[in-house]
Design a protein around this ligand. Sequence first.
Ligand code: CA
Ligand code: CA
Length: 310
Amino acid sequence: MFLKKMLKKSAVSASVAGAVLATAMGVSMPASALDVVIILDVTGSTGALLPNWKSRMEAEVIDPIKLVDPNARFALVSHLDFPYSPYGGAGEYAYRVEATLNQDLTLFRAALKNLTNGVGGDTPESQYEAIRQANTGVGLDLNGDGDYVDLGDIPPQSLGFNPITNSFTMHFTSPLVYHNDPFEPDYPYAGVVNNPADYNDALNAMTSQNNTYFILTPDPLPTALAAMGGKMMPLVDKQTGKAVSSAALFRASSSAESLAKATGGSVLSVGSDLRGVKEAVEEIIEVVRPCPKGQVPVELPFGVVCVPQT
Ligand SMILES: [Ca+2]
Ligand SMILES: [Ca+2]
């Protein structure tokens, strides 16, 4: 983690010096390859947008990123919630690897095509745990019996991050209400030995991979919710059928936004039908681009380098 951070920091000053040098000498500088993790919440209303993701993913997410970084690698993971009532339904899961990081998108495409949606029980989901697992792959042994095969357990599986390149995460989820925010000792059941991740676990996991966290949501942004001052449409809890207070929703949304900001990312609204995905990806690229502004990556026999845009 320290090495990676140093590299990132030094890359900033190197890019300035390098750009000057590149211009002066007519040579170019190496570009970083990006590791891109896409987390899809496939519960309830977000799951209903799965067909939209299937039709938009390639042209509006993958292609624009590959354009600025032909070496970019992509991983796909999904979550519902732990299969314990009232948190999640039978057969549901808190985190699942669909495709590990790879430049080759064969497995990614097949996994996305086969991905199905669920319900996710109550309104908050296992977003924090999904973030922790995506970054660490440590697995979760809920009952602490030394295996990862009990109901709700998550088997360890690394996505295969490159330790010296930068990474970012796009998490599609709604509403921005995460379990364990604040900590729930009985989630997902009373007597659980190893608790699912909370805010700090998620943040530490993101930081360990130098991972920048972006949330893509069909909802209005937390700032817009605040501006509405509680006059928003009431959100109904899927499990209880009761309205969720706008104050609770705003507080929870703020946590999600804080997590994104703490990693250098942000919350982006993509509209109720994902029409804003393309624009959101453009905004993300502006933040995580592998080459300094005004330069573009070019693939050469010895690697991808940044050259001045003509
Ligand atoms: Ca839930
Ligand atoms: Ca176990």
